[in-house]
Design a protein around this ligand. Structure first.
Ligand SMILES: NC(=O)c1ccc[n+]([C@@H]2O[C@H](COP(=O)([O-])OP(=O)(O)OC[C@H]3O[C@@H](n4cnc5c(N)ncnc54)[C@H](OP(=O)(O)O)[C@@H]3O)[C@@H](O)[C@H]2O)c1
Length: 315
């Protein structure tokens, strides 16, 4: 089969490899499309150490071609979307059966766009922050895959005011399609917010942004830390102050959840998929690349020249 390898020199190349066979609890999927996400830039740049050469690719759509021990054989032929641990930039990928969901009539192209971002955005709003009707929500990286989905899930949860933070005006125009009441440029955060406080802040940025976010929380507010786009500097919070103000700093880690409680992640993935399938939530695919162009695709993501969701066409 054709697959894309990430080499030790950070270059991607198409190679011919043997098709993998599913082990216990796994399915093999013939890949139609694979989703591209921020994790690809982190793997390329060494923030997730993996032995090279390595076939990346963490989300795929396609159909099941084989099942491992303990997996219902009637799944063979099922059109699916899956969260994978690696290997989705290839014609065949292995995925845990529990994280492989049937997509029914949903187009494989759309289904590939859900990826880890969909259960993550769902969980940030509903599980980690537990947004209540009327609450205000501030979303950083608002024009990205997770940001655009989180705004929609927040609206479905009954959020009141939703404010997004983006890198530039073009990205603000794009994010405006997803229900934000206001969009703010990154350099204007937090100064332009003045005394405005938020019940919930979604923070994949870290560093000074996280510090500023804690100050911008309303009483009983929750800041969910779920990434380090801007900085890996440790952020220290005074828990006595947080306690007196009833503020909470919560974290969310879907990768860890997939290992400790995969059925919980699957449940959120299924709920997110249901909202996309019934049209209440939109996965916006704005860029599609050939297998051989993965390097260009990841570079575009890293440089911020794309918005919404990018996918790779495999079949
Ligand atoms: N914890 C988890 O379980 C989990 C799961 C999935 C994703 N994530 C994290 O969620 C974040 C977004 O992922 P994604 O897949 O939605 O990515 P994406 O679609 O590639 O979007 C990345 C976003 O980050 C923004 N950004 C880039 N550099 C930034 C910086 N220095 N400061 C602030 N914003 C910056 C970009 O837009 P602007 O330039 O407009 O701000 C863009 O909207 C990543 O940090 C990823 O690791 C975490």
């Amino acid at each position: 089969m054709k697959a894309v390898l990430l080499d030790a020199d950070d270059h991607y190349r198409v190679a011919e490899l043997d098709e993998p066979a599913p082990g216990p609890g796994q399915v093999a999927i013939r890949v139609a499309y694979a989703g591209i996400q921020w994790g690809d830039t982190m793997v390329r740049d060494g923030h997730f150490p993996v032995a090279r050469p390595f076939v990346p690719g963490f989300e795929a759509s396609g159909h099941v071609v084989a099942v491992g021990e303990g997996v219902d054989a009637s799944r063979i032929g099922e059109p699916v979307t899956a969260l994978t641990m690696a290997g989705a930039y290839a014609e065949v990928v292995l995925a845990p059966a529990v994280l492989t969901l049937g997509i029914g009539e949903l187009l494989p192209r759309t289904a590939a766009g859900l990826g880890w971002g969909a259960p993550t955005a769902y969980d940030l709003i509903n599980t980690a922050a537990q947004v209540r009707p009327g609450e205000s929500v501030l979303i950083h990286a608002a024009a990205g895959g997770v940001g655009t989905l989180a705004a929609q899930f927040a609206r479905l949860a009954g959020a009141g005011r939703i404010v997004g933070v983006v890198g530039n005006d073009l990205r603000a125009d794009y994010a405006a399609r997803f229900g934000f009441d206001r969009l703010l440029l990154r350099e204007a955060f937090p100064a332009e917010l003045g005394e405005e406080k938020f019940d919930v802040i979604l923070d994949p940025v870290g560093g000074s942004t996280r510090h500023a976010g804690l100050a911008q929380l309303a009483e009983h507010g929750r800041l969910v830390a779920y990434g380090n786009l801007g900085s890996y500097e440790p952020v220290l919070a005074n828990t006595n102050d947080l306690l007196m103000q009833g503020k909470s700093l919560v974290t969310y880690n879907s990768n860890l959840l997939s290992q400790t409680h995969p059925e919980r992640l699957a449940d959120s993935f299924r709920r997110a998929l249901g909202h996309v399938a019934d049209g209440r939530v939109r996965v916006d695919i704005t860029a599609e690349y050939d297998l051989a162009d993965l390097g260009i695709a990841v570079q575009h993501l890293a440089e911020g020249t794309t918005h919404g969701k990018s996918i790779l066409r495999v079949a």
